[in-house]
Design a protein around this ligand. Structure first.
Ligand code: IDP
Ligand code: MG
Length: 138
């Protein structure tokens, strides 16, 4: 079993798609191990997305991520990291594969409703960012 980190972004929450997104995630075999609802400050969003600093879309990304509450979660499944990336689809919902979360509910490349970690190193960093008190996950 593998863990991955996901985050329902503010556009997902604001558009009341939380239930649909969670249902989709569970129906695709993921177990929700941890989940919370929180707000990112601008400083926290900058830190979380530090890898994108300097890119042309960075400001839009910060604006979107601080526009309301988000719902970070730790998910568990076999091959969770790769499989979650598959079920959310391409970053740009207009390019995302049919039946993926972003294709179904995303608006555009900024407002794409969900984040999913892209590798084991990101999972560790991103999970700890939102869930700093996890010692052991059963
Ligand atoms: P990912 O979320 O599919 O891993 P990344 O390239 O890591 O995509 O980008 C992080 C987030 O930044 C995206 O999910 C999206 O919200 C935003 N973003 C990425 N590329 C663009 C872009 O070209 N224009 C606007 N926003 C973007
Ligand atoms: Mg990414």
């Amino acid at each position: 079993m593998e863990l991955t980190f996901a985050n329902l972004k503010p556009d997902c929450v604001q558009r009341k798609l939380t239930g649909k997104a969670i249902e989709f995630i569970e129906e695709h075999g993921f177990e929700i191990v941890r989940m919370r609802k929180t707000y990112l400050t601008r400083k926290q969003a900058e830190e979380f997305y530090a890898a994108h600093k300097g890119k042309p879309f960075f400001e839009r990304l910060l604006e979107m991520m601080t526009s309301g509450p988000c719902i970070p979660m730790v998910l568990r499944k076999e091959n969770a990291i790769e499989d979650f990336r598959k079920i959310i689809g391409n970053t740009d919902p207009t390019q995302a594969e049919e039946g993926t979360l972003r294709q179904l509910y995303g608006t555009n490349v900024t407002y794409n409703i969900v984040h999913g970690s892209d590798c084991e190193e990101s999972v560790l960093r991103e999970m700890t960012f939102f869930f700093p008190f996890i010692e052991v996950i059963h």
